[in-house]
Design a protein around this ligand. Sequence first.
Ligand code: FES
Length: 393
Amino acid sequence: SRLGRLPGRQDWSSWPHYQAAAAGFRGYWYPVAYGSHIGGKPKQITLLGEKIVLIRDGGRHGTVYALKDRCPHRGVPLSEGNQQFPGTISCPYHGWTFDLASGDLKAAITDGPKSPICGKVTQPTYEVAERLGLVWVFVGDGEEAPPIDEHLPEELVSNAAVLGSRIQPRQGNWRFACENGYDEGHAKYLHRTSLWRMFKSMPVWNETRIVQRGRWIFRVQDKQYWDADFPGLGPWNNQAWYKLKPPKEVTNIGNTGGHREVDPVIAAQEFPGFASVSMPGMLRIAYPTFIHYEFYVPVDADNHLYVGVMAEFRKGRKVLPFYAKYLGFIRWLFHGEFSAQDKWMVEVTDAPPEKLYRPDDSLLKWRKLAEDVTEERVARLAGQGIQPAAAKD
Ligand code: FES
């Protein structure tokens, strides 16, 4: 492993909930797979350290179900089994057969139709939803799952959008991935060499503030500095002759030159800043004509799933040029090479200990958000008599 650290054991004791969430925060919906990749053949995933089996019942347009992927009989993964009766999944070993919706043991095939164990065993199940072409699973502590639309970015729920997405299993703790995504400084420096940035000018640094609106915190750019003179070192900038000219004004949408007309759906959001983050590790970068989202899905303390989604608010025949552009260009440059730089940094980050500087205010505000929102959840669950599970790692 390139991870030169004790995985998932970061000492972030100023943020106890955040520290405890090495394997993720419970109480959220997480995207785990493309909908088109889940069919009648069971598939195992790991989410927040839990092994889960996914299966689609009723053909291509059927419903996806999720159950704990461990047969209670002798501990064999149900994902090694298959479907013998509609609406069920059977363990490959002795044929215990569970109802997909309720988890109830409907038959123990090798004990005959009158097996007395039926009705006495229930397999834990998970709520599943399909949105944005992805399968989402809710991992909680026994509370009722909130409607998934409450967890998705609002603009994706209320507007028609055409989407391109990429799912990639990656090494490293999900918190490093999320902090990297929202990290102010890396956008200016790490990504300066990416192909995506070849024609885009970037400031050397910005004056910024983090402001909260609803469940999101935004990075507001108050001033951009396109050139800097470093005492004793000399001038430095991010420009090259082939890069587009810097915009005349400070822009809080995109960072791409300010020469494009802003899409009306994006304009209507009136985002205070172009980069925003929300629980449980969801990043939104608003550009003038599209929005890029990243979901950092905790697999366990050492691994996460990178889910990148690109959305343009188009419908009807206008969606075709988007797919051409996405498949031919954006998928490789943005979701590919650019994002590979992030992957690289997440693999080699080794903090804490850490010595933070001014642009890391973005990281601190994100940790604070995670802490506050989790504190609220703990109190809410206590009101329902639910004690949240201890973090697994
Ligand atoms: Fe699953 Fe025996 S281990 S049926």
